[in-house]
Design a protein around this ligand. Structure first.
Ligand code: ADP
Length: 310
């Protein structure tokens, strides 16, 4: 069983408009409301790939209940921890080929809730082999909270994949309890290093030799349509992927994480893990819905991936 952790989930609302009129009333009947957040994308993709998964995180109020109901209706196992404040909405307005987003920062998590979640998380540990942390930390959550959770996992020898960015990522890299794997894209890698890393292979390799990455077994640097550069222990691989018909690449990084988790939990080889992760990323980019793959197209793409040790 893989446990996905989404501390700041959302109900993602998307409104389609022919034209967005500023300072006026905009009406639409084209509305979709789905359970969102990076960790829930990972969850859905794992579920679609027939990998046993359970989702956790904080849930509050009616929107928290909406997320739970949606997961239950899809028969996705979940065990969210209740909080006092309301789970957030994230709104995307699709208009004239643009996507205008309004993202709520989300609920404030109290000290009692933080401690309560740790106990809840420890109980969930009994039935899992791998944990995935995805996304930002809601207000009230200390920046080292992921590190505290990773410490629990490391103590139980349960590997962790951490897919976060900014201060949450830099903080967890500074702590002695390291995740087993991380998946920054090039922007996130540049952000934590404090300089712009280009797609030049030597430059990327040098970037990953920084001491902040010591002790992390797997680093997947995802490069969108250009595949990825992967560091596993002291080996580096450039992954070249075929050209595909891209429909919506949002959430491809989450699907990549799901692919890694799925292959890793099935004891696949290093090369198989790398290929599966990239294939899942591509499969997501080929679908309209964020955090969604058509597993029937897996084989066709998987065999076109070329990996070069660099
Ligand atoms: P993130 O969503 O975290 O920024 P990326 O955009 O790098 O992540 O995408 C993750 C993976 O998804 C890539 O390594 C690749 O396998 C696949 N992918 C993403 N965008 C494309 C694209 N435009 N064409 C082909 N594959 C893509």
């Amino acid at each position: 069983m893989i446990l996905t952790v989404t501390l700041n989930p959302s109900v993602d609302i998307s409104y389609k408009l022919n034209q967005l009129e500023i300072d006026n009333v905009n009406r639409t009947s084209s509305v979709s409301k789905t359970a969102g957040g990076k960790g829930l994308n990972v969850t859905r993709v794992l579920f679609q790939a027939n990998s046993p998964v359970i989702a956790t995180g904080f849930k509050g109020g009616y929107l928290g209940a909406f997320i739970e109901d949606e997961l239950n209706a899809s028969q996705i196992k979940n065990s969210f921890y209740p909080i006092k404040e309301e789970t957030r909405n994230c709104i995307a307005v699709l208009h004239e080929g643009n996507q205008t987003e309004i993202l709520e920062s989300g609920p404030y998590i109290s000290t009692d809730e933080l401690q309560g979640f740790i106990k809840h998380f420890e109980k969930l540990m009994d039935e899992v082999q791998l944990v995935v942390f995805s996304g930002s930390l809601p207000a009230g959550v200390p920046v080292n909270y992921y590190s505290d959770l990773i410490k629990i996992c490391n103590h139980k020898s349960i590997p962790v994949i951490a897919d976060t960015s900014g201060i949450a990522l830099t903080t967890l890299l500074e702590q002695s309890n390291k995740p087993y794997a991380i998946k920054p894209n090039l922007d996130e890698l540049s952000q934590i290093l404090g300089y712009t890393v280009s797609e030049d292979i030597t430059e990327m390799k040098n970037a990953l030799k920084h001491e902040m990455f010591n002790g992390i077994q797997w680093i997947f640097v995802s490069l969108g349509a250009n595949g990825s550069l992967v560091k596993h222990d002291d080996e580096y691989y450039k992954v070249n992927i075929p050209k595909i018909g891209v429909v919506n690449p949002v959430g491809s990084g989450d699907a990549t994480v799901a692919g890694f988790a799925s292959a890793y939990s099935k004891d696949k080889s290093v090369i198989e893990i790398i290929k599966t992760a990239n294939t899942f990323g591509m499969l997501n980019a080929m679908e309209q819905q964020t955090g969604c793959i058509n597993i029937d197209k897996f084989e066709g793409l998987y065999k076109q991936i070329k990996i070069i040790e660099v």
